[in-house]
Design a protein around this ligand. Structure first.
Ligand code: VGL
Ligand code: ZN
Length: 207
């Protein structure tokens, strides 16, 4: 079966010294490079998602009169207020410099609408609009995704849950994910939730 590798938000702002640095986030870059090597050898496509916000995005605490890490409401949806991160065309929004980008055949941008946040690579948080990912996978005849990236408890989790709802099989490479963990066990809970909805939690060495 033809599979695709989906690399979620491997951007500088989620890595060491980034604006929304995820603990040990850099560690997943080596895992991503090894997974890409395998997929490339098998002739399977590699997709990278990018969190891609305009500077006036309302998920940024400063743009909503709130403090980073607090919870509020945006457009009728529960919203964590984030520090300014992944602003379009800034170095923080660039893919990590050690990521072997030559293997990426498709980029998916999300989070451009300032009025709504967008964790999943498929839809915004209100499922009001879709990215081109589902259509692209369909056009490539891909029904199986192998997923890793940042952050386990946000963009990875919601991407995996949407993939399952859309009927894809989903393997999540656990050692290729790191979480924000606003609560200490958020990542652990996210893995359990993904597994309970049908995702297979695997390690790089299982590929
Ligand atoms: C993400 C918080 C805000 C993520 C993106 O990539 O998981 N988290 N924007
Ligand atoms: Zn974001």
């Amino acid at each position: 079966m033809k599979k695709a590798l989906l690399l979620v938000d491997l951007q500088n702002d989620f890595c060491l010294n980034g604006a929304l640095a995820v603990h040990d986030g850099d560690a997943v870059i080596d895992i991503a490079n090894q997974a890409m090597q395998l997929f490339h050898q098998r002739g399977w496509p590699i997709i990278a998602t990018l969190d891609w916000h305009p500077a006036n995005h309302k998920s940024f605490a400063t743009n909503s009169g709130a403090q980073p890490g607090e919870i509020g409401t945006l457009n009728g949806l529960t919203q964590v207020w984030w520090p300014i991160h992944c602003v379009q065309n800034t170095s923080g929004a660039s893919l990590h410099p050690r990521l072997e980008q030559q293997y990426i055949s498709k980029h998916i941008y999300k989070g451009q609408d300032p009025e709504i946040d967008s964790y999943s690579a498929f839809f915004d948080n209100g499922k009001r609009s879709a990215t081109e990912l589902n259509q692209w996978l369909d056009s490539e005849n891909i029904q199986h995704l192998t997923i890793l990236g940042l952050a386990t408890d946000y963009c990875v989790k919601f991407t995996v849950l949407d993939a399952l709802e859309l009927g894809y099989q989903a393997d999540v490479i656990a050692d290729g994910c790191r979480g924000v963990n606003l609560a200490a066990d958020d990542s652990e809970k996210a893995f359990h939730e993904m597994a309970s909805k049908g995702a297979k939690i695997v390690q790089l060495h299982d590929l």
